[in-house]
Design a protein around this ligand. Structure first.
Ligand code: 5AD
Ligand code: SF4
Length: 492
């Protein structure tokens, strides 16, 4: 799924040397919440947007059990790390953090409880508990409801407590997430869990289990609550949202239908989604983009590689030509469609010619953003079992650098096309660099920075004129405040 958005953790960035670096930055709770049971939990989140969304569920489950939420590790009684196993580097980072927390427990806080949640928990349960003895609690992505019991158990017995059971049904449909790490403007809504795709390089199907979709009514109820609470944007999440599918009153609700129904909730709610698999990107979905202007003209459509033979080795189930065909169709149905992607450099046996196909595909598509990674072998995946990880590290780095160089140029060119245009943005708050500036995203997911003006707050829509750009940001001038409904009516 889209990395923190392995995926600034959530947004594609094209300037980092290995985008995984930015993606793997942790997210923590910014606010403290009272602790009726006297215990405070600190949650640190690594990995994709789905993990951020899962940490919100965990916060909710623990708050219901009387735990308080702590903004820092320093005053926490329980430290939980929600982990990512997608690349080795991500795991190494979590190991480092665990060792540090362990040191604190041994030296100065013997009653500190340390827990590992998510994908690494699923993958390394035994190792973390027995060989490395780093943690007290290990909880897989489908066992979060059991967390209060597991915490109580480890406190009572002094023994490690584990639940890494993967479910075919669990969607946490009835749990209202505690929204933290939020600007009060945009929220994630998880609509499905797991993945059935089995791409050769990917550990996700092993750590997150089989695909299952959350019922429509609970998704719509959560989105409606967000609208009532003043949110202006939802990002609908799943490992492969395009394969969302539930039966309702004898008929099937597809992902396109679900988006359509969400779009009926409010004329002021922007809708995004992540991640799509190209094989499931339907015409119906593209037409819903066209028909419903509050569904943003932006699709994250990971290609992974530009060569058909490598795509076959990766088990992606489409060829270069089919992918390019899809992009052509998408752009002909949805005008001004912005696109982002994920790309892997240095997959097993990749030749120089195959790598060149990735570069030429990037030129041919012209992505607005990309997440770019060096291949990292993950134990037990199809690739690990069948192919040798035979591209030397330096060559992987070199190929990745070429990919990043192209993307930086293409991103800049794509941004330059917007200079001189009037855009409607949703204001997210102060820019990262200065309180004197505000930032917000266009429908196409481009970040715009502009000088602060009185009376304009986060959560407002505004028209801005795009004056200039870098490869990562558009620089704008405020024109006027607006609403999404008005902007749609005038076709902005
Ligand atoms: N090595 C490198 N990148 C990977 N991804 C998934 N597995 C691996 C791996 N083993 C990337 C893919 C995916 C994104 C979430 O992470 O590009 O789309
Ligand atoms: Fe991994 Fe492929 Fe599933 Fe994405 S679609 S989570 S890359 S197996």
């Amino acid at each position: 799924m889209q990395p923190i958005t392995d995926l600034d953790v959530l947004q594609p960035t094209s300037s980092a040397p290995d985008v995984a670096e930015g993606i793997d930055a942790p997210k923590t709770l910014p606010a403290t919440v009272d602790a009726p049971n006297g215990k405070r939990v600190f949650i640190e989140t690594y990995g994709c947007q789905m993990n951020v969304s899962d940490s919100e569920l965990v916060a909710s489950i623990l708050a219901q059990d009387g735990y308080g939420l702590s903004a820092t590790e320093d005053d926490a009684d329980v430290i939980l790390i929600n982990t990512c196993a997608i690349r080795e580097k991500a795991e190494d980072r979590v190991r480092g953090r665990l060792a540090r927390f362990r040191g604190r427990k041994v030296k100065s806080q013997p009653d500190l409880t340390i827990g590992v949640l998510g994908c690494m928990a699923e993958r390394l349960r035994k190792k973390l508990l027995e060989e490395e003895a780093l943690v007290d609690v290990v909880v897989g992505p489908d066992a979060y409801r059991d967390l209060p019991r597991l915490l109580a158990e480890t406190e009572e017995t002094g023994q490690a407590a584990v639940n890494v059971h993967l479910s075919r049904e669990e969607t946490y449909a009835d749990i209202a997430p505690v929204r933290y790490d939020t600007n009060g403007v945009s929220a994630f809504v998880s609509i499905m869990r797991g993945c059935d795709n089995m791409c050769a390089f990917c550990v996700v199907p092993f750590t997150r289990g089989r695909e299952r979709s959350r019922p429509v009514t609970s998704i719509l109820a959560e989105c409606a609550q967000l609208v009532d609470a003043g949110y202006k944007e939802v990002t609908v999440l799943g490992q492969n949202v395009n394969s969302y599918r539930v039966e309702e009153n004898g008929s099937v609700v597809s992902f396109a239908e679900l988006l359509y129904r969400i779009s009926l909730l409010s004329p002021e709610l922007r809708i995004r989604y992540s991640t799509s698999h190209p094989k499931d990107c339907s015409e119906e979905l593209l037409h819903v983009h066209l028909e419903r202007p509050t569904i943003c003209n932006f699709i994250h459509l990971p290609v992974q590689h530009g060569n058909t033979e490598v795509l076959r080795r990766m088990r992606r189930t489409y060829s270069r030509e089919q992918y390019l065909d899809l992009i052509g169709r998408a752009r002909s149905i949805v005008p001004d469609l912005a696109l982002s992607t994920d790309i892997i450099a240095g997959f097993c046996h990749e030749t120089e010619e195959e790598h060149a196909d990735t570069l030429s595909l990037m030129e041919a598509v012209g992505y607005d953003h990309a997440f770019m990674f060096m291949y990292s072998e993950r134990p037990n995946t199809f690739a690990a079992r069948k192919f040798e990880d035979d591209i030397p590290e330096e060559l992987k780095q070199h190929r990745l650098a070429e990919i990043i160089e192209i993307q930086n140029r293409v991103s800049r060119e794509r941004n330059e096309r917007r200079v001189g245009i009037r855009e409607v943005i949703l204001v997210e708050g102060p820019s990262r660099r200065s309180d004197e500036q505000l930032c917000g995203r266009t429908d196409s997911n481009h970040m715009v920075v502009f000088d602060r003006v009185d009376g304009l707050e986060k959560g407002d829509y505004a028209e801005v004129d795009i004056m200039s750009c870098t490869s990562a940001t558009l620089l704008g001038e405020f024109v006027r405040k607006t609403t999404l409904e008005e902007a749609v009516a005038v076709g902005a």
